[in-house]
Design a protein around this ligand. Structure first.
Ligand SMILES: [Zn+2]
Length: 413
């Protein structure tokens, strides 16, 4: 289940809000039958090796048909990794009465799952979670003790979605670039191919601003239509102004570990922009992608967005909304980036851009990197976001938060 944060020109998924956890593994709420664990091992293997027979052994009913069709659609996709496992540290059997009634006379289990995929030479696994329903006749027996995967959509009504990918709807074709693996559909391949050169220019800009990232190759999913993009994002965001976003997650089973980023592009919208703006928007998103591993639960939205705007070149999209009077007393809170009118949201971006520009001007890019890393390294720790920003600023740059706010307000006047 991916949560998307819609923006105006660009859209990005930031790490989900943090909650404190211990470093030791979180105990499981319910023991999952070992037959279901084996079933999921084989299900992942079936996808990774494109083994439609094995896939058929692990699935049942309507789901078996839709999933084998999806596997055929993904025929060109080289999965270096495809793993699905249950995640019962945060929930047990989620098959409540409504779900059980869908499968009369069967044993029913619905578990949260995590699906890790890595495509070809993608730098890091992309992690998605969701919920799979498993059923078997009460007598059990046979392969996997009778268990089969019956659905991955039973919790959709609660907004708890399972992974939805490009290959679920129609055949996927692959375009390879120096730093990108593009997944798209045959119908738009010709339109997308020349644009790969633009994406490479954006990568050059983003990686010059943020060198040394462990993300070297990025998978970009380019749906053929906005409706398809809506299906992938479960229609949880207004895509009418959407151009591109980066999606990534955090694994919290052992503390706080960011997972690999993937990029999604609304190509129909992006191509309406002049090439210079296309490069800036993509470079903005790529900075989010390149910094993911060094971001932490206390890294505020205004730090992320200011950094991506100043480094990517999108700050010029927002600078016009800065008002001469009434400078705010503090950096913009996260909700200001997603709520309110268009000009309010643009103002939040503009304020964030100036905040990070103040830091860039005073300490240079290396200083900003030092601060960002110090802040992101504080993960499973007590203290509010502002406390951690104050502390990281003091520890890394020996500057005070109050001086930063004052310098920022001065620049906003
Ligand atoms: Zn952004």
């Amino acid at each position: 289940m991916k949560r998307l944060v819609p923006l105006l020109a660009a859209l990005v998924l930031l790490p989900q809000a943090a909650f404190a956890q211990t470093e030791s593994p979180t105990p499981e709420i319910q023991q999952v039958p070992s037959a279901i664990t084996s079933l999921l091992d084989d299900y992942g293997r079936a996808w990774q090796t494109h083994d439609v027979t094995l896939l058929g052994k692990t699935t049942s009913g309507k789901f078996a048909r839709t999933d084998s069709r999806a596997l055929a659609n993904a025929g060109e996709v080289n999965f270096a990794e495809f793993k699905v496992r249950t995640l019962t540290q945060f929930s047990g059997n989620l098959a409540y009465s409504r779900i059980r009634s869908l499968y009369p006379h069967m044993d029913v289990r619905t578990y949260q799952i995590e699906q890790d995929t890595r495509i070809a030479y993608e730098s890091k696994s992309y992690e998605e979670d969701g919920a799979f329903t498993f059923i078997r006749p009460p007598s059990g027996g046979g392969d996997y003790d009778g268990w089969r995967i019956a659905s991955k959509n039973d919790l959709d009504v609660l907004g708890f979605f399972s992974p939805s990918n490009l290959w679920d709807s129609s055949p996927v074709s692959i375009l390879n670039g120096q730093h990108f693996i593009i997944l798209t559909h045959p119908v738009v391949t010709q339109e997308v191919r020349p644009w790969l050169a633009v994406a490479e220019k954006a990568f050059a800009r983003a990686s010059a601003f943020w060198p040394g990232s462990d993300v070297k190759t990025i998978v970009m999913e380019v749906p053929a239509t906005q409706a398809e993009l809506g299906a992938i994002t479960h229609d949880t965001a207004d895509l009418s102004n959407f151009v591109a976003f980066v999606s990534s997650g955090v694994s919290r089973e052992h503390g706080y570990a960011p997972t690999g980023p993937r990029m999604f592009v609304n190509i129909g919208h992006l191509l309406h922009y002049p090439e210079s703006a296309q490069i800036s928007v993509l470079a903005h998103e790529l900075i989010h992608a390149l910094t993911r591993n060094e971001s932490g639960p206390n890294t505020p939205t205004w730090v992320e967005e200011g950094l991506a705007d100043d480094g990517g070149g999108t700050e010029s999209l927002f600078s016009h909304v800065l008002r001469g009077a009434g400078a705010p007393t503090n950096f913009p809170p996260a909700e200001k980036f997603v709520t309110g009118g268009v000009s309010d949201i643009q103002a939040a971006y503009a304020e964030a851009d100036v905040a990070m520009q103040v830091l860039l001007d005073k300490f240079g890019r290396p200083g900003v990197v030092k601060f960002y890393r110090a802040l992101g390294a504080e993960r499973v720790v007590p203290g509010t976001e502002t406390y951690q920003v104050r502390k990281a600023l003091q520890d890394s740059l020996h500057w005070t938060y109050d001086d930063w706010v004052a310098a920022w307000r001065q620049r906003l006047r």
